[in-house]
Design a protein around this ligand. Sequence first.
Ligand code: SF4
Length: 307
Amino acid sequence: MSQKLYNSYTQYIKSTFSERVQKISIDAGFTCPNRDGKKARGGCTYCNNDSFSPFYCSSSKSIYQQLNEGIDFFYKKYPNQHYLAYFQSYSNTYDSLHVLKKKYEEALSHPKVIGLVIGTRPDCVDEKLMEYLSKLSEKYYLVLEFGIESTLDSTLERINRAHNYKETIDAFELAKKYGIKTGGHIILGLPGESREQMLEHAKKIAELPLNFLKLHQLQILRGTKMASDYMENKSDYKLFNLDEYVEFVAHFMSYLKKDIVLERFTSEAPESLLIAPQWGGFKNFQIVHLIENEMKKKELYQGKFLT
Ligand code: SF4
């Protein structure tokens, strides 16, 4: 019998729910302590929230309206499917518990919504919030998603994350204590990181109670601090071309703990925002296909090199 290549999110959704379930992104009007001065100002150097917000996503609309517009988009093709409200923009646990409850519960009041995915920073969670989310997760599907980005403090400092890796570990442990499912993001190709150091990320996150992982190739986006740094110090950046990325990710997967579910392999910023790397308009699903083919060709599979 052939070895399964990796734990895919599509497969996970199919086996977890007895129906089609789709995420709908929401901009709930939060900000971020790395922007408003609580931790730092200016944000992470690569951050441009416009790069991943769908057209219906705007904090000027109510959460309910954003959900309706998102659901309308899918309705013709999948009239019966249910949805997870994806609190995606900025840090979606960064407010008083009272405000957070109001926003999450507005999303859950939509008859088509069966759960929440909440994106946030590792330094924006505490016991009280976890206690509440834990109760919510008894009734609804719930995932707390953290930006890990790198496991190296030197990188986190360089990209102005304004938190260290120990805070990431603590946030995941806190979620585990309350029985909350977790997701994480890692960016591959951050300035100053060698191939070996990036492979170390896979080994280090194996120690986290992490359920879902999204991988992103570093993208330099217009309007970010990283864009100016890139223009001035191009030799500092070793951005992946598509072939290199496919080869690297196939290898990275072999060091990744077997039970982590792979939710994404790439980012897909709008053309209008993307400075580099340019991959000739390849779509997400095409790149997934290339990675799968590379894994098959090299006889790699998730966790192959873990002892
Ligand atoms: S990436 Fe997240 S944490 Fe960093 S500035 Fe943007 S919203 Fe804030």
